[in-house]
Write a protein that binds this ligand. Sequence first.
Ligand code: HEC
Length: 152
Amino acid sequence: MKRARIAAAVLAGVLAALWGATPSAAAKEQDMKQLMAENFAGLQTILVALINSNYAAVPDQVKIIQDHATQLTHKVPPQIAPADRERFLSYAYNLRGNAADLGAIVQLLIEHDKGKELLAADELRAAAASHYGGMVTMCVTCHNQFRPTAVR
Ligand code: HEC
């Protein structure tokens, strides 16, 4: 579907711009890189699913982002000052919370769309999108403050 593809391309562009277009800059942190690259890919898949109201691919991707958010809470990068630790952690938890809520809503929508549940489904589709927005907000907020090379 053309609109979905355009939306995914726009998102990819925005995230690439946010990242500074040189993903290889952080080559030393292989673990973190891998984890984040998977987050990034997951976001695009989820966006296409939300736009098409076709949610089959969402639970797996949400789970990956949720797990990665948990990992982030376990390995706060060493360059982060002790005074900033709690803020870093709160972004990671907030990302995980949004992913969990999105996952729960999408489960309901999948059941609904199979005809098993009656719900105010259109409102839920919008609520899912809003948690998606919450996840993106956390990616951007944490990166702005904590990634090694800041945007100037
Ligand atoms: C709690 C903080 C935090 C959150 C939330 C976060 N990131 Fe990151 N991210 C980082 C840090 C720190 C790095 C840099 C790792 C390094 O280079 O040392 C990074 C690096 C990256 C990279 C670059 C990896 C590479 O190839 O070099 C991408 C892409 C990325 N994040 C995507 C995302 C996406 C997408 C989300 C949201 C789903 C997200 N991040 C959420 C902290 C965060």
